[in-house]
Structure formats: C-alpha cells, structure tokens
Design a protein around this ligand. Sequence first.
Ligand code: AP5
Length: 218
Amino acid sequence: MKKIVVFLGAPGAGKGTAAAAVASSTGARHVSTGAMLRDAVSRGTPAGLEAKSYMEAGGLVPDEVLYKMVGELLADAPDGTILFFDGFPRNVAQAEALSGLAASGGAEVAGAVCLDVSKDALLARLGGRRVCPTCGAGYHVATLPPKKEGVCDKCGAALVVRADDQPATIAHRLEVYEKATAPVIGFYETSGALRRIDASGPAADVAALVENAVKALV
Ligand code: AP5
C-alpha cells in the first residue's frame, strides 16, 4: 500500500521547504503539484498550455487537469512509497476526489499536516523567495541565501523570482487560499487525521516538528 500525507498551509507557509527536508530525511517522495505544473508550462505540454493563464493570475488550475496528473503519478509510484502531497488537494472537491484517486492507485490518505504562519511572515517569505529555474532548488534572500548571491548552490544557474511572486499576484493567491483552500483544513480535521504545526520558527525547527507529525500519521 502507498501512503499519502497532505501538506496544508497558505502560499509561502513553507510547505515545499518542509516537505523537501522531511522527504530527504525519511525517504518519502515530495510531490509538488505547483512544481509539476510549472514544469508542464515550461515544456509547453497540453496540461501546461491549459494551466499557464490560471497560474500567472494566481488562480487555481481546473480540477480535471490535476486529477489526470495525480492519478498518473499514483499509478506509477511503487508499492510502499510514502508520498508528501504539497499543493494538492487545494479545494474541498479535490479533497473528496483524492480518496477515489488514491484507491484507484493502490494508496490511502494517512492524514494531513497544516503549517500555520502569520500573514506578515507569509508576505516576508514570499517577497524574499528566489528559485532555481534549472533544478528547482528554493532560497530566501534573508533566511536561506545561496552561498553566492543570485546563483544556485546546487547547479550554478541564475536564480529568479517566481512569476506568481509579484505583489498583486501574491495578494490574489492569499484571497484564493482563504476562499478555496482553507476549508480543506476542516475536511481533514473532521476525519481526525490532522496535525497542526506552528511553522513560524526557522526552517530546521519546522522540519523537525513536521517529521514528528508525519511519523505519527504513517
Ligand atoms: P504552489 O507552487 O503549490 O504554490 P503555493 O501553494 O502558493 O505555495 P508556495 O510554493 O508559494 O509556498 P510554500 O508553502 O511551498 O513555501 P516555500 O517552502 O516555497 O502552486 C502554484 C500555483 O500552481 C497555484 O497558484 C495554482 O495556480 C497552481 N496549482 C498548484 N496546485 C494546484 C491544485 N491542486 N489545484 C489547482 N491549481 C494548483 O517557502 C517560501 C519562502 O519562505 C522560501 O523562500 C523559503 O526559503 C522560505 N521559508 C520556508 N520556510 C521558512 C522558515 N521556516 N523560516 C524562514 N523562511 C522560510
């Protein structure tokens, strides 16, 4: 059986940073639907062409695009894999659909961890984020700077600001989060499989809290 742990939290809460760190320390697989969609956009695939305008505006990509992507990924994952879902589900309809997608792919949802951060911290994290367009590594100008300014430590490529990290788009993403995604927290709270994390501390502290929460779920 494959097991899924869902990572919840607002844009910039640190889902990707914590999921990558804990995946690396536990051998789990980090699945970021945002990263998969950005890759599809950059390669110009049919899914990418459909997703591009929604992502640039900071809105949600149509559910059907995600269902196809997630269904294929689950079917391909080897039995016994623990998958950290970062960015999916992002509305209650997706949360309901995930149970069926998981069953078809030989998986079950073990539970969810939710990273709680104040709005001021979210804005500071998103405003200082830099990403590597080549290998996907993430940085922050103040809290996680690369060794050489503007250059990826891992592959040497020039770092960029994500297209949806412009102030107006960030504001819209936070609105979409409150309206569409925050209710997903209640969905997992009702099933009793939700762990809430105070994610306001440094990344290493958050990763340790998340690792404990994940171990209690899987
Ligand atoms: P996605 O890529 O999922 O973006 P998001 O949810 O807005 O989340 P972010 O990646 O912005 O934040 P994060 O919480 O991962 O923070 P990070 O670790 O990077 O989605 C992008 C778009 O794709 C969506 O808007 C939508 O259009 C589309 N999409 C994706 N999934 C979809 C779905 N299921 N349905 C429909 N559409 C979908 O950290 C942020 C910064 O803070 C970094 O610089 C990091 O270094 C820093 N940082 C992290 N943790 C800490 C810490 N503890 N202390 C200090 N700094 C920290």
